[in-house]
Design a binder for this molecule. Structure first.
Ligand SMILES: Cc1ncc(COP(=O)(O)O)c(C=O)c1O
Length: 443
């Protein structure tokens, strides 16, 4: 019996009682290997004592003080550290802390709008985004998201500001092949703006590597640079949603740093406190900060729990571990090892592709590898793979819809950066078992 309103009334959920490294133990004493870092959240591993101690110390000193009256030393310190990790245009910028990713997206949408008011462009309010994307569950964040299934029930509540094509080479929306495509998907932004009143567009938001919706689809060279160029020419703010990719998951502090990109706003969540506390943030570049500082000086926005001292203490303690153990570099090397163990799976007739960047990996499953035809949605292949891997006590993150919002099956792998070669091998073995379980009967 549960009194919790669950994610799914038709499923039962074990009770997690302990976490250690890459492992979670449930109340019935099962040990699960956390191959997905839950939902690409856990970066430093579970059960790190120094983080718990830092949170307890902060809570016993001052757990809460409202940001209309006080700042806290822990939030101040974490903000400075995040800006120091960010691209050069964040020098002289600021950080707005939230309680999670969706709040960070909401904050960015409003920051972009008010930036244009402060800058004398009141006509600019629309935030354009991409189909096949996810930026959060709240209504503003849902409006910019292009995840068809997650949007569907709430469609009447969502303003439509415009979506362009995704950047997804395996199922290219233009049926082209890189590099001869000349990143036509980036030029789709230009085409959209030419026909949809660019003067009202205030911002463009994108996931540098599309996480849950497309199963870790990374852009080819030239894509983000072209997007940035279009935004710059049109006076449109560029928002990088790094809620899943940020804080080292792709092997650099922020994924945009793989391409030397300088967005105007960077969103973080998930890994910023590695699951130890609810925390998200908007990193605000110097240009946007200055518009507010020189303008009205007030941002018409706020959450009671923003910049929470205990959450930001957790963020600092997590960053201590990331830095002391050199875990940004470790994410890149652990990813290489994990990929080596996974590589043999790619020859399976139903494994379409193993893709991703750093420790954000996706495995897509197709019915026919030569035509790239997906399985019918009803076959629920991604969930079946999850269940089969679970028989080996390995946790994965399944999603459907990567092809067209409905069809297309993939799982995400996003383990803690501390994952060992032995644990990577266990993941590969569990997935090998899952492929046999799920596809042998079909074959
Ligand atoms: C890219 C991206 N943006 C935003 C969100 C929303 O974050 P949260 O669930 O913390 O509100 C997520 C969560 O999965 C995400 O992956």
């Amino acid at each position: 019996m549960t009194s919790l309103f669950p994610r799914n009334f038709k499923k039962s959920f074990p009770t997690a009682i302990r976490g250690e490294g890459c492992w979670i133990t449930s109340s019935d004493n099962e040990k699960y290997l956390d191959a997905s870092g839950q939902a690409a959240v856990v970066s430093i591993g579970h059960g790190i004592r120094s983080v718990a101690d830092a949170m307890a110390t902060q809570a016993s000193q001052i757990a809460f003080a409202h940001t209309t009256q006080f700042h806290s030393a822990s939030a101040e310190k974490l903000a400075a550290r995040l800006l120091a990790l960010a691209p050069p245009n964040f020098t002289g910028g600021r950080v707005y802390f939230t309680s999670g990713g969706s709040e960070a997206t909401e904050t960015a949408i409003k920051l972009a709008r008010q930036f244009h008011l402060e800058s004398g462009s009141p006509q600019k309010f629309r935030v354009v985004s991409r189909r096949q994307s996810y930026h959060g569950s709240t209504l503003g964040a849902m409006s910019v998201s292009g995840n068809i299934a997650r949007r569907a029930p709430y469609q009447p509540l969502l303003p439509e500001w415009g979506h362009i094509a995704p950047c997804f080479c395996y199922h290219c929306p233009f049926d082209k092949i890189f590099p001869s495509c000349k990143v036509a998907c980036a030029d789709d932004l230009e085409s959209f703006l030419s026909t949809n009143d660019a003067s009202t567009v205030g911002a463009f938001i994108f996931e540098p590597v599309v996480g849950a919706t497309l199963g870790a689809a990374a852009p080819p060279d030239g894509y983000v640079q072209r997007i940035a160029e279009i935004c710059r020419e049109r006076g449109i703010l560029l928002i990088a949603d790094e809620i899943m990719t940020g804080m080292g998951r792709t092997g650099k502090p922020f994924a945009v740093q793989h391409w030397g990109l300088e967005p105007d706003l960077i969103l973080v969540g998930k890994g910023v406190a590695s699951g130890y506390a609810p925390l998200g943030a908007v990193l605000i570049s110097s240009k946007v900060t200055q518009a507010f500082a020189r303008g009205s000086g007030t941002f018409q926005h706020g959450f009671t729990y923003q910049a929470h001292p205990v959450s930001t203490a957790a963020g600092n303690a997590v960053l201590d571990v990331l830095e002391k153990q050199n875990l940004f570099a470790r994410a890149a090397s652990a990813a290489k090892t994990l990929r080596e163990f996974l590589a043999p799976l790619a020859t399976h007739p139903n494994v379409a592709e193993i893709r991703g960047l750093g420790l954000l990996l996706g495995i897509e499953f197709v019915k026919n590898k030569s035509t790239r035809e997906p399985f019918p949605k009803e076959e629920n292949i991604a969930e079946k793979i999850r269940q089969a891997a679970l028989q080996k006590n390995v946790l994965t993150y399944p999603t459907q819809g990567c092809v067209d919002g409905l069809r297309g099956d993939h799982i995400l792998l996003a383990p803690p950066f501390t994952i060992t070669p032995e644990e990577s091998q266990l993941i590969a073995e569990a997935l090998h078992f899952a492929l046999q379980q799920v596809f042998s009967p079909i074959a």
